[in-house]
Write a protein that binds this ligand. Structure first.
Ligand SMILES: CC(C)(COP(=O)(O)OP(=O)(O)OC[C@H]1O[C@@H](n2cnc3c(N)ncnc32)[C@H](O)[C@@H]1OP(=O)(O)O)[C@@H](O)C(=O)NCCC(=O)NCCS
Length: 179
């Protein structure tokens, strides 16, 4: 994973990220509800402006994944619940960059920061039952299944259930000790 860089998304990433989404539209649309509302560079810029405001307010954080300097995907904390020391993670990767462990590595690195530096206690990941590639990520990282939220996400023309995975700080620490 030598060439992989993670950093908070910036307004200057707008054009490059739009190109990646545009080139991966059909594939991303299979599981992500926002693809049809990101139809132009201007749409992407609006999202980036919202991200910048949320980041400044410590409400949420979107991170871009760069491979050899080029964006290949994103991983984000939808919302920080500082009172309950809890957050949730979402992610996507360009289709051509699947299968190398990039997203598992990115999530592992961010989880380390969430628990060690930010001292949060709980991370949640929600995946549709049929999204096997996505589900494999929390499963690889030692998350536990808590249950299934029924019809929890509207995906263009139907509802999807969402399987809820969570990882707690002490589980991550003790799994590190045995690695
Ligand atoms: C979900 C998504 C990010 C998963 O991508 P991915 O490439 O399967 O995940 P990773 O980058 O962690 O790679 C894991 C794969 O790399 C392989 N791999 C290679 N080296 C690895 C390593 N060092 N560590 C972990 N996995 C490794 C794994 O075996 C696995 O491949 P396999 O499924 O063919 O066995 C991607 O499919 C995607 O963006 N989908 C569309 C959007 C989406 O569904 N988002 C989630 C909504 S909940």
């Amino acid at each position: 994973m030598g060439d992989l860089v993670l950093r908070p998304v910036a307004l200057s990433d707008t054009d490059a990220l739009f190109q990646v989404v545009d080139a991966n539209r059909a594939y991303l649309r299979r599981w992500l509800p926002w693809v049809d509302s990101s139809l132009s560079v201007e749409d992407t810029r609006k999202y980036r402006e919202i991200s910048a405001r949320q980041h400044a307010a410590r409400e949420a954080l979107q991170v871009v994944i760069l491979l050899a300097g080029e964006p290949i995907g994103m991983v984000g904390f939808h919302r920080f619940d500082w009172a309950n020391r809890s957050t949730s993670i979402g992610y996507w990767l360009a289709e051509a960059h699947q299968g190398h462990g990039y997203m598992t590595s990115a999530c592992r690195a961010l989880i380390e920061i969430v628990f060690s530096t930010w001292e949060l206690n709980r991370i949640e990941i929600r995946c549709a039952p049929g999204n096997t590639r996505s589900r494999a990520i929390p499963e690889r990282l030692g998350f536990r299944i808590e249950g299934t939220h029924r019809s929890a996400e509207w995906l263009y023309d139907h509802f999807e259930d969402l399987v809820v995975y969570s990882l707690l700080a002490d589980e991550f620490t003790s799994s590190k000790a045995t690695r």
